[in-house]
Design a protein around this ligand. Structure first.
Ligand code: DQA
Length: 141
């Protein structure tokens, strides 16, 4: 099994970006954490990040065509992108939506997700630890 971990806009700046909200783990550290979880669970994990919506949609199409499970943190797109949600709706393998921060404790505009309705499940507010948890859950399916 190959799991795609897809991170959206501004997540490449983890570690530098609002550390009080997102912590000090860099995207590189996060990728290592995900790969370690994959090794422990015996699944291949590939981590990607983009600030470009079209590129993210292309990766989701690839996951749909290859029936690959996805862990997705769509960042701000979560809250307004019907195009990302439409791409997620085409996935046939499990999709876990992850948010590092507890979006429900934050501004109202972060309370709604277009992705949750098409996700298998959602992990919110557990910091970067949400990613290995999502990978472990996927590996057990
Ligand atoms: C986020 C929460 C979003 O509201 C925000 O736009 C992000 C990160 C999170 O991981 O907590 O970019 O998805």
């Amino acid at each position: 099994m190959r799991v795609l971990v897809l991170n959206g806009p501004n997540l490449g700046r983890l570690g530098k970006r609002e550390p009080a909200v997102y912590g000090y783990t860099t995207h590189e550290d996060l990728a290592a954490l995900c790969e370690k979880a994959g090794t422990e669970m015996g699944v291949e994990v590939e981590v990607r990040q983009t600030d470009h919506e079209g590129e993210m949609i292309g990766w989701l199409h690839e996951a749909a065509d290859e029936s690959r499970p996805v862990v997705l943190n769509a960042g701000a797109w979560t809250h307004y992108s019907i195009a990302i949600a439409d791409a997620c709706a085409q996935l046939t393998a499990p999709l876990v939506e992850v948010h590092i921060s507890n979006v429900h404790k934050r501004e109202d505009f972060r309370h709604h997700s277009y992705i949750s309705a098409v996700a298998s499940g959602v992990i919110v507010g557990l910091g970067v630890q949400g990613y290995p948890l999502a990978i472990k859950w996927i590996a057990e399916q």
